[in-house]
Design a protein around this ligand. Structure first.
Ligand code: ZN
Length: 332
C-alpha cells in the first residue's frame, strides 16, 4: 500500500520508516527498492482479506487521482471495514483489480461499496486480449459514435474468461488492456480506451470509453455522467433493436421471403418426383423455415447474412431426397 499511519498521519514509505496499517492497525515495513515503487508491506497478513499487493499498474492508476482519494477506509453499518483503492468526492469507489477474484468476493464488494466501478487489468493473462479481440470478428457495428458492437449470439461467450468472471457483476466493469492495441477491422484501432462488455438477457454489447475522459471526468465529480455516457446509448440501442427485430420478424425482407418461397418450391417438386417425399407437408416446411429465420434475426444477423444462409439451405434442399432427412437437418 502507499500510505501508512504514523501518529494519525498518512505517510509514504521511505527507507527505515515505521507505520501501521490504517485498516487493521498492524505493523508495516517500508519496502524501498531501487527499481520498484516504494510501498508498505504487512509484517503479517492484513486483516482486510480483500487487500491485494500493489503492483505498478495499481499505483499508476491510483496516481491519476488526488492523494486524498487514495486508499480510503470504508465502513458499513456492521462495522466491517475495507480499504478502497480510490474513493471520489462524489461517493464513488474505484477498485483496480489485477489478480483473479472469486465470484463471492466480487459480489460482496459490489454490495459493500454500492457505487462501485471496477477497472480490471486485461493484461494479466496473455489469452485475455486474444479472446477479447476474437469477439470483434463475431460482432456487428451498431453505432460508430459512440462505438458499440453487438456480439452475435452464436459466439460461445464462455470462451471469454474475462466475461465469465465479470459479466454478471452488478457494478460497472471496465477492462484495461494497457498498451495493447485493440483493433476492429479498419474501422477502429486504439490502445487508449477502457472496454465494457454489456450482457443483457438475449444479447451482448461491447463499447469503449477513452481512458483520458474517464480520468478527467472522475476527477471532476462527473462520475454519474460517465455512467450515463457508457450505458444510456447501449440501453437505447437495446430497445431500438428489439423493436426492429419484431418488425423484421413480422414483415420479412423481400429477398428473404423470395428465398423461402424458392425453397418451398423445390420441396413441392420433390413431392411429385420422389416417393420418399410423400409425407411432405407444406405447412410444416414453411413453419420450420420461418422459425429458422426468426432465430437468426434474434441472434443479430442482418437480412443479407440470412439470405446467404438460406442459399445454403437451398443447396441442401436440392441434395436431399427424403422429407424426414430434410426435416431432421433443418431442426438441427
Ligand atoms: Zn492491514
Amino acid at each position: 500500500m502507499r500510505f501508512a499511519l504514523l501518529n494519525h498521519e498518512r505517510i509514504e514509505a521511505i527507507k527505515g520508516a515505521k507505520g501501521v496499517c490504517p485498516c487493521c492497525g498492524n505493523d508495516l515495513v517500508a519496502k524501498c527498492g531501487e527499481v520498484y515503487i516504494h510501498y508498505w508491506a504487512h509484517k503479517k497478513k492484513c486483516d482486510d482479506y480483500w487487500w491485494e499487493n500493489e503492483t505498478e499498474w495499481h499505483r499508476n492508476w491510483k496516481n491519476k487521482f488526488p492523494k486524498e482519494w487514495q486508499e480510503r477506509i470504508q465502513y458499513d453499518e456492521s462495522g466491517e471495514k475495507h480499504i478502497a483503492d480510490v474513493k471520489t468526492s462524489s461517493g464513488w469507489t474505484i477498485e483496480f483489480q489485477h489478480s483473479g477474484i472469486a465470484r463471492e468476493e466480487r459480489d460482496s464488494r459490489d454490495y459493500f461499496y454500492n457505487k462501485l466501478i471496477w477497472i480490471v487489468d486485461g493484461t494479466r493473462r496473455k489469452t485475455d486480449i486474444e479472446r477479447f479481440v476474437s469477439l470483434f470478428f463475431n460482432a456487428r457495428t451498431i453505432s460508430n459514435e459512440p462505438f458499440i458492437l453487438r456480439i452475435l449470439k452464436s459466439y460461445p461467450l464462455e470462451r471469454v474468461r474475462l466475461n465469465q468472471e465479470w459479466g454478471d457483476s452488478k457494478s460497472l466493469v471496465l477492462f484495461d488492456f494497457g498498451k495493447s492495441e485493440v483493433r476492429y477491422f479498419d474501422e477502429y484501432s486504439s490502445n487508449k480506451d477502457l472496454w465494457l462488455i454489456y450482457p443483457s438477457k438475449d444479447r451482448t454489447y461491447l463499447t469503449s470509453f477513452p481512458k483520458d475522459s474517464f480520468i478527467e471526468m472522475m476527477n471532476n465529480t462527473r462520475s454519474d455522467e460517465v455512467y450515463k455516457m457508457l450505458l444510456n446509448p447501449i440501453q437505447t440501442k437495446l430497445i431500438e433493436e428489439a423493436e426492429q427485430e419484431e418488425k423484421r420478424i413480422h414483415t420479412l425482407a423481400k429477398p428473404v421471403r423470395q428465398r423461402i418461397a424458392y425453397i418451398i418450391g423445390i420441396l413441392r417438386n420433390r413431392k411429385e418426383q420422389e416417393e420418399w417425399f410423400d409425407d411432405f407437408d407444406i405447412k410444416v416446411a414453411s413453419k420450420i423455415l420461418n422459425n429458422y429465420v426468426e432465430a437468426l434475426i434474434r441472434q443479430g444477423y442482418s437480412d443479407e447474412n440470412i439470405e446467404g444462409m438460406l442459399s445454403n439451405i437451398q443447396a441442401l434442399t436440392i441434395n436431399t431426397h427424403k422429407w424426414t432427412a430434410w426435416k431432421d437437418s433443418m431442426e438441427r
